[in-house]
Write a protein that binds this ligand. Structure first.
Ligand SMILES: Cc1cc2nc3c(=O)[nH]c(=O)nc-3n(C[C@H](O)[C@H](O)[C@H](O)COP(=O)(O)O)c2cc1C
Length: 262
């Protein structure tokens, strides 16, 4: 397939990679990924995120278990945890004397709120995606680990996270075991019309949703993912994911995470 440039090719051919060579990521590659990550846009250039480069095998092994038992985390040569981090600003506001000065001038110290949390989450995720794209361009595969949102209390303790540092997403990186895969992945996406709405949100009714998922359902049928109990994507995701124990744990854990953001 012809692409207008190499960047578009990297974006179009991106896919998750879950099996890695044992080989560590070359220092120069790690540096390039770090530099590209740090050039990501951040809200007001406040860089409301930090990254934990998890190198200790004991930590990797524990995180693999805490993230719904995913052994690839323990095996990945590079594991980066993207943190939403307002703590560094909160601490700087205090240590610089800005808070004291404000109080003298009648501006009370404001507690961090859910808006601060969401903005920090945006920064962390945007930076993570830059890391993915940079890695892909170097033929280093990656996979997001969303399950890092589970078991907050233990993750917080394990990694010494202050209250205003949230584990948002984790990325496993590694060189592929075989050849670097090219071409567009067969994993389906919704069409342009089903993702993009013009000006105002167009909520779909039952038959429009059926149509939107038709291609997905056919593909799931072909791949043997569906059964009598779960005859379509709705049933499959409702019973296997939406009502699962791990999603219940994720919601409990996320509520705990946001407890300190008023
Ligand atoms: C927020 C987020 C969380 C994810 N969590 C996991 C995970 O815990 N384990 C995993 O194997 N893949 C995870 N993935 C990868 C998705 O399963 C994958 O992106 C999706 O199936 C589409 O496949 P593709 O990335 O190869 O196009 C996650 C992706 C995202 C964006």
């Amino acid at each position: 397939m012809d692409y207008p440039n190499d960047t578009i090719q990297v974006l179009m051919e991106r896919r998750s990679l879950r099996a890695y060579k044992k080989e560590p990521i070359a220092t120069e590659h790690k540096q390039i990924i770090s530099e590209a990550t740090r050039r990501a846009a951040t809200a007001g250039n406040m860089m409301l995120y930090s990254v934990l480069d998890i190198q200790d095998q004991v930590l990797k092994d524990r995180l693999a278990i805490l993230c719904d038992d995913q052994p690839m985390i323990a095996k990945a040569p590079m594991v980066w945890l993207f943190l939403a981090d307002y703590q560094k600003w909160e601490d700087y506001f205090v240590s610089s004397g800005a808070v004291k000065k404000g109080e003298k001038e009648g501006i009370p110290h404001r507690e961090l709120g859910k808006g601060d949390a969401l903005l920090s989450v945006c920064d962390a995720l945007i930076a993570a995606q830059s890391a993915v794209t940079a890695a892909d361009s170097l033929h280093i595969g990656s996979c997001y680990i969303g399950d890092i949102l589970e078991n907050y209390e233990e993750v917080q303790k394990l990694l010494s996270l202050p209250d205003h540092v949230l584990p948002i997403t984790m990325l496993c990186f590694g060189y592929p075991v075989g050849e670097w895969k090219t071409g567009i992945s067969k994993i389906l996406r919704h069409s342009h019309e089903d993702i993009f709405h013009v000006d105002t949100y167009q909520r779909k009714n039952g038959s429009q949703l059926e149509k939107m998922f038709e291609e997905h359902n056919n593909s799931y049928k072909k791949s043997g993912r569906l059964s009598e109990e779960t005859p379509d994507a709705a049933h499959f995701y409702y019973f296997k994911k939406h009502t699962s124990d791990f999603m219940a744990e994720m919601n409990r854990s996320a509520t705990e995470m946001l407890k300190n953001w008023k």
